[in-house]
Design a binder for this molecule. Structure first.
Ligand SMILES: Nc1nc2c(ncn2[C@@H]2O[C@H](COP(=O)(O)OP(=O)(O)OP(=O)(O)O)[C@@H](O)[C@H]2O)c(=O)[nH]1
Ligand SMILES: [Mg+2]
Length: 294
């Protein structure tokens, strides 16, 4: 039998550097939510790429930041867990800027990781002084095994990194079936796309206080997919904001989510949303458990 190669590769870095964009780009499908707001990802989502006898399991992680609440502590644990078991770490940085305090925190955490770390400078397309920026990040982590600059939105750059990672895998059995793209359930995936839509629509108001739970998923006989979801908010007045005047905001969230879901499902989708209040859910162990943030 042909020898197989398989490895876990964590994508880490401060919030908003483009980790989820990189994961989606490397896989060629959208498995993780992306927004211009820092603090979008909450879970360590796995994205699986199988190429012949080689399988990479990428682990997208939440941005490394000091936790503000129980949800934040869950996010920090997701990063720690992702780093504990990996073969390779991609430390993603933003070449548009010199290192921030959060990048320093990330570099410090990475000095303690036993796996090899590759420093990946992202947003090359929009960087004015990419070489200087990369050198400044390198100085924070002199032990990095490799460094490269790219744009996570550039297909040629993505192909280059994909090939490099595939070539670096250790021998080992596949962790997932070759046709599997992500470890999320379809409900979790849809919930993340709906949350992404809510963050984008609510970006001026309260993008962070929303969580989404998909409560129903039904294939209708007419070929349409029916998805029902609950948006959980923290306060009574947030409910009004998320619903909007005459329901305008919730309709906009639903329309945006439907567009994305239809794009990836390749079928008509009907999205039914409701908004419920769970006081202070980001610090409520029971609600966090219901939402899978535990
Ligand atoms: N110009 C440019 N923008 C990028 C690039 N990669 C990502 N972005 C943008 O950067 C923003 C943040 O991207 P995300 O992928 O959500 O970043 P993240 O690191 O996963 O963020 P968190 O989940 O909040 O930690 C989005 O607006 C992306 O479109 C890039 O190569 N070039
Ligand atoms: Mg992310």
């Amino acid at each position: 039998m042909e020898e197989t190669y398989c490895g876990l590769v964590a994508i880490v870095g401060r919030p908003n550097v483009g980790k989820s964009t990189l994961l989606n780009g490397l896989l060629g499908v959208k498995v993780a939510p992306v927004t211009p707001l820092p603090g979008t990802s909450r879970r360590g989502v796995r994205g699986i790429l199988t190429d012949g006898s080689r399988q990479v399991v990428f682990v997208d992680t939440p941005g490394l930041a000091l936790p503000q609440n129980s949800l934040g502590r869950f996010m920090s644990r997701e990063i720690r867990d992702a780093l504990a078991e990996v073969d390779l770490v991609l430390w993603l940085t933003d070449l548009r800027h010199p290192p921030t305090v959060q990048d320093r925190l990330a570099a410090e955490a990475l000095t303690k990781v036993s796996a090899a770390v590759w420093l990946v400078g992202n947003k090359l397309d929009a960087a004015q002084y990419p070489e200087e920026a990369l050198a400044a990040y390198q100085a924070l982590l002199p032990g990095a095994a490799q460094w490269l600059s790219l744009s996570a939105q550039n297909d040629r750059h993505l192909a280059g990194l994909r090939a490099q990672v595939l070539a670096a895998l250790p021998p080992g059995p596949f962790l997932y079936p070759p046709d599997m793209k992500s470890d999320q359930t379809r409900e979790q995936w849809a919930a993340e796309l709906i949350r992404e839509a809510a963050m984008l629509e609510l970006r001026q108001e309260l993008p962070y206080s929303v969580a989404v739970l998909v409560t129903d998923w039904q294939e209708r006989p007419n070929g349409m997919l029916f998805i029902a979801a609950t948006l959980v908010v923290e306060k009574k007045n947030h409910q009004g904001i998320v619903i909007g005047k005459g329901g305008a905001m919730i309709r906009a969230i639903g329309a945006r989510a439907r567009e994305q879901l239809e794009l990836f499902q390749g079928q008509k989708v009907y999205v039914q949303l409701e908004v419920v209040v769970r006081e202070g859910w980001r610090d409520d162990p029971q609600v966090l458990q219901e939402l899978g943030y535990q």
